[in-house]
Design a protein. Structure first.
Length: 318
């Protein structure tokens, strides 16, 4: 049996994700050079709980996919964005996103059931928002020292001290700011890109040597109709496939074996946590924080999808 080529899979994932990482790095460079350190304080409510709820909706205004969001979050945290708000935005933006909403609607369009695309799109957005806000609310109770990597934490403190100094004036010359933006973008692209490549290589090995094996396919199909196990199977599949949130709906919508609940778990969990994101998150978060995030996202996605199944799926046409 000839399994898909690993190098071909690596190249495919790199070509799919690298442009978005570059875009995110450029945005982070612009933020570093042009965004005042206290701007985020003026944009978000003063109440930390309300700020988390607002941060969960920022993706609708600043749509960024999961590959591009990590370097942006690194820069926003260093500019003073509270960690809880940063985590909420980081998790919600790849889902609470007009482009993703449109692609999900298009993927699930069904002439026999006009309500299906609305239901799947709306459910994805709502569940993604709820999970991101829950994580953000938990993060309001944890100090940044226990979440952020030392380098990110130091950059945030240095920027806070710099912005608090009354005698420090920013260099407003456009030439200097453009150079600063490009240097910051270059640094973020190299730092994040290294972890991205590692994640892509591991994901490619799993996809080509494990997921596509006939024995594995048989086991997946045997549990496709199980309401308890099917969401877990597709969550693992989303983790391994590491698809972009703008295209993943087209991959899973055509499947005729899995329930809509399982497909929803795939659509919600994948943009928040996949194999490449493990390494990208590691550029911002401590290892323990990444591990706890994996556990929390897995548990919340499965539980909420089970609730969705009990309430909504029975009313939907098969």
């Amino acid at each position: 049996m000839n399994y898909p080529d690993i190098l071909h899979m690596v190249l495919s994932l790199v070509l799919e994700g690298a442009p978005f990482i570059l875009l995110g790095a450029l945005i982070s460079g612009i933020i570093d050079a042009y965004l005042p350190s206290k701007m985020m304080d003026r944009l978000l409510p003063k109440n930390p709980i309300a700020a988390v709820f607002v941060a969960g909706l920022m993706g609708a205004i600043f749509p960024v996919c999961e590959c591009a969001i990590v370097p942006v979050i690194r820069r926003l945290v260093s500019k003073g964005l509270p960690v809880a708000c940063a985590m909420t935005y980081m998790l919600s933006a790849p889902i609470i996103n007009p482009i993703v909403a449109l692609s999900t609607f298009s993927a699930f369009a069904n002439p026999r059931d006009p309500s299906q695309p609305w239901m799947m799109m709306g459910s994805r957005l709502i569940l993604g928002y709820i999970i991101a806000v829950i994580i953000g609310l938990v993060m309001t109770r944890i100090s940044a020292e226990k979440i952020l990597r030392p380098g990110v934490l130091k950059a945030a403190k240095d920027n806070a001290a710099l912005s608090a100094a009354p005698d420090v004036k920013a260099d407003n010359r456009d030439g200097r700011r453009i150079v600063q933006a490009l240097r910051s973008a270059q640094k973020d692209f190299v730092d994040v890109g290294m972890y991205f490549i590692i994640g892509v290589m591991i994901a490619s090995i799993f996809k080509t040597q494990i997921v596509f094996r006939p024995s594995m396919q048989e086991q997946i199909y045997s549990v496709a109709s199980n309401v308890w196990l099917a969401p877990l199977i597709l969550m693992v599949l989303a983790f391994v496939l590491s698809l972009c949130s703008t295209t993943d709906a087209f991959v899973i919508a055509a499947d005729s074996l899995f329930t809509k609940t399982a497909k929803l778990a795939f659509l919600v969990f994948g943009p928040m946590m996949d194999m490449k994101l493990i390494f990208l998150y590691s550029t911002i978060l401590q290892r323990r924080a990444v591990l706890l995030l994996v556990i929390a996202l897995s548990s919340l996605t499965w539980l909420l999808c089970q609730g969705w199944h009990q309430i909504l799926e029975p009313a939907m046409p098969k």
